[in-house]
Write a protein that binds this ligand. Structure first.
Ligand code: NOJ
Length: 745
């Protein structure tokens, strides 16, 4: 069988993104980083080596999530990390001017690798300004279970979308001299029993879905740090899992960086962890014999003892240290150690936060061109609910808002007082059930945008009053919120009410929407959400705009999209089902440790396609204020097995707008694949009436399946159908067929 090299990138935008990489850190070659690390390891004492493979414990003496002291006699600087999913924040980060961006899931809805790169770069600049050399943002577990409370921290349900955006974000981060992280490795897809659950996944599903975003992040993003997860995978703790850490990550993919543990509960045994390939324990502690936060650490005195008595070879410890040091050299921590007291470019951060929010909002429904709001037709607007007078919602936990650290008292900066402050959530004593609203009021932004219009605001508690106000206005806008957080899963994808989220929600949102829609001339629902939402009320409203958790510039961004200053171009990064019962996992068990991936390859839209279940809104879906047409599809298969597609996009409407040409492959029937998979895409901005011929490259691996006998990627033999459309279920998609010859990659 021929062997193929993985040379192509997924889509042309990636190449554009790379061209734009404004690098603050001078590139340092692998050879130089390796040589420097090797030279240091030769000179280090055993104690110095041990010092490099664990943090000093929580709280970190310099703030943030972890701290490894430097070794001045050798010129090795200290390294501090901080959470940074959507901006610097999380554990123990002092209050700062750091920008809080839209959540990573929102970024995924932009389908824009270049935007992801800039998001990574700006957050990295702010990490550096605050003294951190490593960012812990970069979650890429797939939305197998959309009720997972951390779905907002991740990049959706498709491995290629998540992988490509993660690689772009990673390049942005590392271009600024900050080590990027991808996490949580692997198959860490729900929070219920998060320290003990065991994901039971077959080898093919693991490689084609759960692992693929990580593979792309390593190979195309060159990520420096991989955080292993709390959960077990096929019976072995992720951070003590030799198959995952050594065989796959370091062996098959050639990962040269550091494997870092998740915090506190991820490691249970020193020697198995070290031998499996774990390189760094966090947050670590000064004394493995002490119990901190209910657990022991393992990579201080206990690792030293294991090295001294030969249970862990010195060569393994040297490898851990070499990996840490070469990563610090490679990404500029050694040449230019981050120091606190840097200046954050607040204006640049806010401008980008607003741009990301604007590019990520998804217009789900727009009957009768209700949106954009037309000041010529609309004089009065009733704004209702969701604390739209105060701000916009953010997710919770370490990847949530930067305003309120997990476990801390509710911050005075929170625009909304907690209903039940400090309610502990899930089994996790570090998390509370109090949501954060950034002080970026949509109501104030709407008023500022249209001073001649009259806006009323009702908070939604009094349903009858809200319906009355709606009846008197030209349009009603209901703001609906769905709070989610690390440490908990959602009981349902329905909008929460006072019973299902008592800490943050004081009324029945669905009842409110129905009552308003029954009386209003037109009802627009704006969603602020961390995952899919079911909408049994959808038939009663005119328009739905999904804003996700839109970050600290969410208010102005919403006003600009609602008024059409910005044409929405976001596309769903995950399927919105009609009901919870349509999901492959019927419920998240709080009593069974095994989480069995019984749906196999049918994850996300693959499930809905294979089972022929109509979703509420399919993966890749999103409307625009203009219209687009696709034509003239041509395809050519390259010698490496990849495919080059050419297609013409035309903006047939009278507004500028961006469309995402999405390419889905239907693999040969004998391959045993679900009906389609995303293999490439390109987002294109077009002026009214403009036509553009675009080239989209499909990399060979995107068409491959994981061969469980050979334990490698293989091209299934036979015809491959390619569909180019504007969602995963576009009836007007264009089709082409190419043949594959069955070779190994
Ligand atoms: C635990 C979370 O799972 C992880 O994502 C985070 O980076 C660490 N805590 C540090 O806050």
């Amino acid at each position: 069988m021929p062997s193929r090299r993985l040379t192509r990138v997924c889509c042309a935008l990636l190449a554009v993104g790379m061209l734009h990489a404004a690098s603050a850190a001078p590139a340092i070659s692998d050879a130089r980083a390796d040589a420097q690390a090797a030279a240091w390891v030769k000179r280090m004492t055993l104690d110095e080596k041990i010092q490099m493979v664990h943090g000093v414990g929580m709280p970190s003496p310099v703030g943030g999530a972890s701290y490894i002291p430097g070794i001045p006699r050798l010129g090795i600087p200290a390294l501090a990390s901080a959470d940074s999913a959507g901006g610097v924040g999380g554990l123990n980060v002092p209050k700062s001017q750091a920008t809080q961006f839209p959540a990573p899931l929102a970024l995924a809805a932009s389908w824009d690798p270049y935007l992801a790169q800039r998001y990574g770069a700006q957050i990295a600049k702010e990490l550096r300004a605050l003294g951190f050399g490593e960012g812990l943002g970069g979650g890429i577990d797939l939305a197998r279970e959309p009720r997972n409370g951390r779905t907002f921290e991740y990049l959706g349900e498709d491995p290629v979308l998540a992988g490509v955006l993660s690689a772009a974000r990673t390049r942005g981060t590392q271009s600024q001299g900050v080590i990027a992280t991808v996490k949580h490795f692997a198959a860490n897809d729900q929070e219920t029993q998060r320290f003990t659950s065991n994901s039971v996944v077959d080898e093919r599903t693991l490689h084609e879905l759960s692992l693929l975003p990580f593979e792309i992040a390593v190979k195309e993003g060159g990520v420096g740090n991989v955080m292993c997860a709390y959960n077990l995978v096929n019976g072995s703790k992720s951070c003590q899992n030799k198959v995952l850490l050594t065989d796959v990550l370091k062996g098959q993919w050639g990962f040269k960086g550091t494997v870092q543990s998740d915090w506190l509960m991820a490691v249970t045994d020193t020697v198995p962890a070290a031998l499996a390939g774990l390189d760094e324990e966090e947050p670590g502690s000064q004394d493995d014999n002490a119990v901190n936060f209910g657990v022991h650490s393992h990579f201080n005195q206990w690792l030293k003892a294991a090295v001294l008595d030969g249970r862990v070879p010195v060569s393994r410890l040297d490898d851990m240290v070499r990996r840490k040091l070469r990563t610090m050299v490679k990404f500029g921590i050694v040449a230019n150690p981050p120091a606190r007291g840097g200046v954050i470019d607040v204006a640049a951060g806010h401008a980008l936060a607003r741009e990301v929010a604007e590019q990520s909002m998804v217009l789900l429904k727009n009957d009768g061109a209700t949106l954009p709001l037309d000041p010529a037709r609309i004089r009065s607007v009733a704004v209702i609910g969701g604390h739209a007078d105060a701000g916009v919602l953010a997710g919770g936990g370490s990847g949530g808002s930067g305003v309120q650290s997990s476990g801390a008292a509710p911050s005075p900066d929170n625009a909304v007082a907690c209903l039940q402050p400090q309610a502990a959530i899930g089994s996790d004593h570090f998390m509370t059930g109090c949501a954060t609203w950034f002080k970026s009021s949509p109501l104030a932004a709407l008023r500022a945008r249209a001073p001649g219009m009259s806006f009323s605001y009702l908070d939604g508690h009094d349903v009858a009053a809200a319906a009355d106000a709606a009846a008197q206005a030209d349009v009603a806008i209901v703001f609906a919120t769905q709070w989610s957080s690390e440490g908990m899963d959602l009981p349902s994808l329905t909008l929460p009410n006072a019973e299902t989220d008592a800490a943050n929600q004081s009324y029945d949102q669905e009842a409110l929407i129905r009552a308003v829609a029954a009386r209003a001339k037109r009802t627009v629902v704006v969603l602020e959400n961390g995952t899919a939402v079911t909408m049994p009320w959808i038939g009663q409203v005119s328009a739905v705009l999904d804003a996700w958790y839109p970050g600290m510039e969410g208010g102005p961004a919403l006003a600009r999209v609602l008024f059409g200053d910005v044409n929405p171009s976001g596309k769903l990064p995950l399927t919105f089902p009609q009901r919870d019962a349509d999901l492959p996992q019927k419920l998240i068990s709080a009593s069974t440790a095994d989480v069995v991936y019984g749906e196999g390859l049918r994850m996300g839209y693959r499930w809905f396609d294979a089972q022929d279940i109509a979703p509420l809104f399919p993966f890749g879906y999103g409307l625009s204020y203009t219209h687009f047409g696709l034509s003239g599809l041509q395809s050519r298969r390259g010698a490496d097995g990849g495919v080059t597609l050419r297609v013409t996009l035309r903006n047939t409407g009278n507004r500028a707008g961006a469309e995402v040409a999405q390419v889905y492959a239907n693999l040969p029937a004998l391959s045993g694949e679900p009906p389609k998979r995303l293999v490439a895409w390109q987002k294109v901005m077009l002026a009214p009436g403009e036509t553009r011929r675009v080239t989209i490259e499909v990399a060979p691996q995107r068409l491959a399946i994981w061969d469980v006998s050979a334990h490698r990627w293989r091209m299934p033999a036979g015809p491959v159908g390619l569909a180019v459309g504007t969602s995963s279920r576009d009836a007007a998609a264009l089709g082409a067929t190419v043949r594959e010859d069955g070779g190994y990659l």
